[in-house]
Design a protein. Structure first.
Length: 292
């Protein structure tokens, strides 16, 4: 029913508070697919207000503490409830995953970065999401927990389609793991119509060696897209040659079938991919050559 202000409120739901991930999993199991996890709420709350989501219950996981990002063995570990802001200020993240620290600065606006969480944005699975794209580019893994235990899913297998992940309905993200150790070169570009908008297109390039390069595209498919290695062959065959970088970038763009919407035509998106992928391949491969 419309309110006196002429707006329709969110559908009714029960509020449940989880003090631990085990509590959250028990509640998810109890609600049998009818509950949503509330973390930062920066995506979920607007969806509730627009009635794009109408869960029977919200399970608030904010009481669950998050340890600071840390290195454990060969991986940097990030707890699910880590706020975006901490990813930009943590010395551990800036040292071991500078690409992540850089890209998070482009997430939403200050309010979103202060409240949004690492696990929440991954679970939302927006195909334009910065954190999803760079986690894939860095070869990261998503750690999820459910009634049968904990499992680790490679980030490039975690996102299935628009707002859909490989998690079961009674599983929850508890953290992420990103490989550390090798020196790397990287680049991240995104095109937005105005500050804090969703990206029209984003391009992430990560190189741990001149022959170990990953390119991830956002905004051109129903999920963040890890580019097939075959398209990178020209650029990798002659890393210092800009013509070969252009050949790879043009081939990547030509392989895409993005949507046309009110933000951009499909052809414009392909053009953005070609231009920004070429620039980043030239930049990253040149840097990798200097540090090799």
């Amino acid at each position: 029913m419309p309110t006196t202000a002429g707006r329709t409120p969110a559908s009714c739901f029960e509020y449940q508070r989880a003090e631990s991930w085990s509590d959250a999993i028990e509640l998810l199991d109890l609600w049998d697919g009818e509950a949503k996890i509330l973390a930062g709420g920066q995506s979920l709350i607007p969806m509730l207000n627009l009635r794009l989501a109408a869960p029977g219950a919200l399970i608030d996981v904010n009481p669950i503490p998050a340890a600071a990002p840390r290195v454990d063995g060969g991986h940097m570990v990030i707890d699910a409830n880590t706020r975006h802001r901490e990813l930009t200020t943590s010395d551990v993240v800036r040292t071991h995953a500078p690409l992540l620290a850089h890209a998070v600065q482009f997430v939403g606006n200050v309010r979103v970065r202060n409240r949004g969480t690492f696990g929440g944005t991954l679970a939302h699975a927006d195909p334009t999401g910065e954190i999803a794209a760079v986690t894939i580019a860095m070869g990261g893994e998503i750690v999820v927990q459910g009634p049968t235990g904990t499992r680790t899913i490679p980030a490039d297998e975690f996102f299935l389609t628009y707002l859909t992940t490989a998690m079961e309905p009674n599983e929850v993200i508890v953290g992420g793991r990103i490989p550390v150790g090798d020196a790397s070169s990287w680049g991240f570009h995104e095109v937005v119509r105005r500050y804090s908008d969703f990206a029209t297109v984003s391009v992430t390039v990560m190189a741990r060696a001149a022959t170990d390069v990953r390119v991830v595209l956002g905004g051109v498919a129903v999920r963040p897209l890890l580019v097939d290695r075959e398209y990178l062959a020209p650029a990798l065959s002659d890393p210092g040659n800009p013509d070969r970088a252009r050949e790879s970038a043009d081939a990547i763009a030509a392989s895409l079938d993005p949507d046309t919407d009110l933000h951009a035509t499909a052809e414009y998106r392909r053009r953005l991919v070609a231009v920004h992928t070429r620039r980043l391949l030239e930049q990253v491969l040149a840097e990798e050559g200097r540090t090799a």
